[in-house]
Design a protein around this ligand. Structure first.
Ligand code: ADP
Length: 457
């Protein structure tokens, strides 16, 4: 059953139930009121007749209400006097024989609703007391035909009105649900269209939709599609990048191998070339593996308290060799600080930042290292006066395989040329340390890369 029909039915059942409850209340209250009115009339007829009997000291009954039958009995149940009534089938009979005997026995007022043939009536029996002695019983009865008719009319009207209103409610519910759900049908159609066409760039037009649930659903759907498209494209780019990076070393390897086969002898230069390419390939595979592990959360990081300043000094010793004689590598500031970290991984990030600084500065390169506590965090920065990064490229440098081309003013030696994976790995390592990595750079002036970590308290 469609949601539309279910909503319409729910709406109709709700309205129907409300109408039944309302109808029952109206019906009960009206019936109660009508019966009360009958009781009042019967009571007052008995009271009047009793007063007349007492004042005249007679035994003849009088009533002003022709629809009420009055009867007077003695304590033996013998009829003493009766009035006549316009109601057919009522005169000539004892109004309520059971009520008569009950009142004679109990001397208490008794009332009942009775059915005699087709006559439905109400009877009241009252003891007649003279000086505390029960001398007889006065009975009054009147037909309830008018009340029954009113009740039947009321019931008919309530059922009719109830059915009409429930029907109207069902149709309103159906059409409201249809118009409310129409945009959802459009969304479904669009989603199937996207699946059919395999085009992840398609979006559901948001137009000027009000910010209701469906509007939010469309926005969320489009956001998911954008994310999927981004991931899918990234995946595609990644595959293309890996194949591209693999091709050069493999071509070199193949070329050198066939050269040696042709020459029928081992060529030391070709062998050097080959081993250089194999190292490059190995490096790349190791980097890719590390990145895959980091991205899937499987990279083992053994966090333990460690002195970051000691770690920096160790890295500094190794990096001095990297920088060579001509470039300046200097620790400008070093605060003592303990952080939660994996020493090897943090060293790897520091070395990557320093080797980049070395790579992208010229012969007179100056590289300054700073380790400083700022509030709750420690900032370890690597500043260089190298070529800097073009503003358009800065936001991409942490992406896999990204190498800034616009910024490149000097061509790197082949073996210095990286794969554009170092910063992507550094970024993931910092995230796993609950830290981050920041960069600020000016083209032609230099760059500052900063590792930020929470200080261990
Ligand atoms: P790569 O192996 O190419 O160095 P990275 O991920 O470490 O890969 O760096 C990505 C790119 O960011 C580099 O190719 C370079 O264009 C740019 N870059 C990184 N560090 C610096 C720096 N200190 N100065 C200028 N450019 C830099």
């Amino acid at each position: 059953m469609s949601l539309q029909i279910r909503l319409a039915m729910f709406y109709a059942v709700l309205v129907g139930a409300a109408i039944i409850a309302f109808g029952l209340a109206v019906y009960n209250r009206s019936t109660e009121f009508l019966l009360q009115q009958i009781d009042v009339r019967l009571e007052s007829a008995i009271k009047d007749a009793g007063n007349v009997l007492r004042s005249r000291n007679a035994s003849e009954l009088l009533t002003y209400d022709a629809s009420i039958l009055l009867q007077l009995y003695d304590v033996n149940g013998e009829l003493i006097s009766t009035t006549s009534t316009t109601e057919s089938g009522f005169s000539g009979n004892v109004i309520d024989p059971e009520g008569l005997s009950i009142v004679i026995a109990t001397r208490r007022e008794y009332s009942a609703e009775l059915v005699r043939g087709s006559l439905h009536y109400k009877a009241i029996s009252v003891p007649v007391m003279v000086d505390e002695i029960n001398v007889g019983v006065l009975q009054a009865g009147t037909s309830l035909a008018a009340v029954d008719k009113l009740r039947a009319d009321l019931l008919r009207s309530l059922v009719l009105i109830g059915l009409v209103i429930t029907g109207v409610a069902a149709s309103i519910g159906y059409y409201t649900a249809r118009s409310g759900l129409a945009p959802l049908a459009a969304v479904t159609l669009f989603a199937s269209e996207i699946t059919r066409s395999d085009d992840l760039s398609l979006r559901i037009p948001e137009g000027r939709r009000p910010p209701d649930e469906i509007g939010k659903l469309i926005t969320a759907f489009n956001e998911t599609m954008a994310r999927l498209e981004h991931l899918f494209n990234a995946q595609r780019r990644f595959l293309a990048d890996v194949s591209h990076e693999l091709r050069t070393p493999l071509t070199v390897l193949k070329g050198n191998a066939s050269l040696m086969r042709r020459m029928q002898q081992l060529d030391p230069e070709a062998l050097d070339n080959m081993s250089q390419e194999i190292s490059r390939l190995t490096r790349m595979v190791e980097d890719l593996l590390l990145m895959a592990q980091a991205e899937s959360g499987r990279l083992e990081i053994d966090l333990a308290p460690m002195e970051l300043d000691t770690l920096l000094l160790e890295v500094f010793q190794q990096a001095k060799i990297l920088a060579g004689g001509q470039k300046t590598l200097q620790i400008v500031e070093i605060d003592q600080v303990v952080v939660m970290g994996d020493g090897d991984r943090l060293k790897q990030v520091m070395l990557n930042l320093i080797s980049n600084a070395v790579k992208f500065t010229d012969q007179n390169g100056k590289i300054f290292l700073r380790l400083r506590i700022e509030g709750d965090e420690v900032r370890l920065s690597v500043e260089d006066n190298g070529q800097g990064i073009h503003p358009d490229e800065v936001r991409h440098i942490f992406e896999r395989f990204y190498r800034a081309e616009k910024s490149r003013s000097k061509t790197l030696d082949y073996d210095q040329k990286g794969f554009g994976l170092g910063l992507a790995i550094a970024y993931l390592i910092m995230i796993r340390h609950n830290g981050r990595i920041e960069v600020s750079s000016e083209l032609g002036k230099g760059s500052v890369f900063t590792m930020c970590l929470p200080v261990l308290k």
